[in-house]
Design a binder for this molecule. Sequence first.
Ligand SMILES: [Zn+2]
Length: 161
Amino acid sequence: MNRNNAGKKPFPWTCSRCREKALFPAIIDHAVDVGHDGRMYHVKVEGLKTPKCKKCGLVSPDSEANEQITRAFLRLAKLLTPTQIRINREALDLTQEQLASALGIAEATVSRWENGVQIQQRSLDNLLRLFFGVPKARSLLIKGKLNTIVLVAKTPAMALT
Ligand SMILES: [Zn+2]
């Protein structure tokens, strides 16, 4: 996400709905439905700083406003934030590649999570919490030894593998 506002052109901006040059910065209470992982979340952001059209009322979040909405969504959905993922990884002295390898995902995916470009699925958020919070789970994942865990039930089919 672009955090640099130096290159932004001055207001008013052109509204994408009514085509008027009427988008001005506004501070509003905003509610938006966000879909994630097959569920809808009703995200409310009080005091959202966002461009809004004075003619037609269109709220047109810029990158900063979108970050504020994303933070509110992550809080509501109880998902790890990009910063939480990065500082936990760094606290364990792991590279993005090492974390990705332990979780069995692509390095680019970890990079996208930490840059806030992509939000992790609930199942991977669960896995991240086990990885960061449970040393035994972490050790097994890093060593690729999950297959040594004793399962609660063994089936005849498993004896063949
Ligand atoms: Zn408009």
